[in-house]
Design a protein around this ligand. Structure first.
Ligand SMILES: [Zn+2]
Length: 145
């Protein structure tokens, strides 16, 4: 009878669940979802190929359209709600609406877009999507049910 080398996820850490919220929080802060120390971005929306601290491979990310979608969703709810409240309370002139909400929409969008991309990458990393799942974790982020 020949022996077969069977390695389980419990032995390697590969294939085990990762904590989703901590990874998303680290991504939201622009940090590596694995170690939380290395920078996720080297430019505004450009993701490092590897983490500078733990060398986690980050090029697997496929955030694509999700961060702009989340950004539009959040900014739209903030701006439209505030616009309606202002209109209902003070009925300002149209130019005041334009002077307020147009710059606010642009500024909020630029402010929120990068954290949304980081959060999306953290979510993908935690769920081992797009090639994020084939390596061993290094910092104890593994958890079990
Ligand atoms: Zn890292």
């Amino acid at each position: 009878m020949s022996s077969v080398d069977i390695t389980t996820p419990a032995q390697t850490g590969i294939g085990q669940k990762r904590a989703i919220w901590p990874a998303m929080r680290k991504g939201l802060a622009g940090k590596c979802p694995n170690c939380g120390t290395g920078d996720l971005f080297y430019k505004y929306l450009k993701v490092n190929d590897n983490c500078g601290h733990c060398n986690e491979e980050l090029y697997h990310q496929r955030a694509d359209d999700a961060p702009p979608y989340f950004t539009i969703f959040i900014v739209g709810h903030i701006v439209v709600a505030a616009m309606l409240v202002l209109e209902k309370l003070y009925h300002p002139a149209l130019w005041i609406h334009m002077a307020l909400w147009l710059p606010l929409t642009i500024l909020l969008s630029f402010w929120i877009l990068q954290p949304m991309k980081g959060m999306t990458i953290g979510l993908q990393w935690a769920n081992r999507m797009h090639g994020f799942g084939n390596e061993e974790d290094v910092d104890g982020t593994i958890w079990q049910d």
